[in-house]
Design a protein around this ligand. Sequence first.
Ligand SMILES: Cc1ncc(COP(=O)(O)O)c(C=O)c1O
Length: 483
Amino acid sequence: MSNVRFYQREEQVPLEMHKVRVVQKLFLLPVEERLKKIQEAGNNTFLLQNKDIYMDMITDSGVNGMSDRQVAAMSVADDSYAGSETFNRVKAAVYEVFGTENVLPAHQGRAAENILAEAYVKPGMYTLMNFHFTTTKAHITRLGGEVIELVDKKGLIPQTDDPFKGDFDLRLLRKTIKELGPEKVAFVRVEAGTNLIGGQPVSLENMLAVTDICHEFGIRSVLDASLLQDNVYFMKTREPRCKYMTTKEIYHILADRFDIIYFSARKLGFSRGGIITAHDKRFTDEMMEFVPLYEGFLTYGGMEVRSMEAMAVGLLESLDMEYISQGPEFIAYLVDELDKYGVPVIKPAGGLGAHLNCSEIVPDIPHNQYPAAAVGAALYIASGIRGMERGTVSEQREPDGTERYAELELQRLAMPRRVFTLSQVKYCADRVKWLYDNRSLIGGLEWVEEPKVLRFFFGRMKEIGYWQEDLAKKFREDFGDSL
Ligand SMILES: Cc1ncc(COP(=O)(O)O)c(C=O)c1O
């Protein structure tokens, strides 16, 4: 987005610096059908069908709008098992963005995490991070490692005006390394744009301080750059030292200081796929053998060449402030609308999406009746919008089977980049407001089928009592024959 000021200041909204040239028809089912669909889906928004969804806000991953230049690039993809020109173009784009020469491909972000974990995590070892991501943690624990989260406590306060809630607690990081012993630490991972705590950014200062500590103790530093484009936008707009840096300078400073960078190109790069990159070949050499084993040959790594071409162009677009500000500015607009109305929402607005604070919206629903999942099911009934549970359902049970209650019970409304119009975002705000006014109707959920691993993807739940029917009825009363 650009610095465009409206004549009528009160009408100021984020202004897109792109236009839409390919469209996809959407359907909004009547509320009675929405009720039926969510119940058939076991109250799990992952199990809904896309044709039954009006706004798909489940993720920003692999669903971002492609540019004309990306689509054009896809037609020149060089399809060969080994040594494709397409991979050389990806490498050149990674070099432009990060300045790094060593590049390993993987089919998506979690595949890169698998390789990283296979290379460095051994039973009894620890990985320290500001906050875990579901797939990152699953790979580490699968290999007998343990994850320790060291996010500054401000990150877990739902509403503050702190600009960098994803920051590490540096004192605690140092203390933890000393207590564990540096040899027990597989790596320290900084997650840019911390996903599970509301897409909250980490400051440049904090990231660099983490790498300093790693160097001091001789521990590998890893940057998960999947959400780095949002994070860079926040560095430039919230951190005085970054204001006059170019986006590229910021990416390069980070790449100069972290040992290893990996990312999901489903986010960074407006495409699909995953990348691991490093200045020092020693690191990519240590991980290289796992690429052909799990992904594919070293010049495609399980990716489809057309996506790789799109990634190469998309990565360069991640340097463009007008592109990378669109997501955060739409999210800020939605968060602001909800906040003005009194809906509890994570503040300040982060990247990735808006996050409803369900512990406050439905305080009477206990963790073990899954308040965030309940709000997600209710929102689909109220709007045809699907979000994603980011609360206790997204956690793993403890080894003894007891529930690990989430620090924050969030319903995430992701904002795919360059996809929605502002009127759709206004519709979303309107329906969330209605739901908030009718929150007393929302009840809890219980498991019907609970998978052992990553249960939030395919688990099924049912409503406790008949609250969903009551909610649909109230919608009909309030909205008449409206969809
Ligand atoms: C911070 C972060 N890391 C890693 C991943 C995993 O990437 P992928 O979905 O491409 O496997 C995600 C995906 O949402 C993410 O947000």
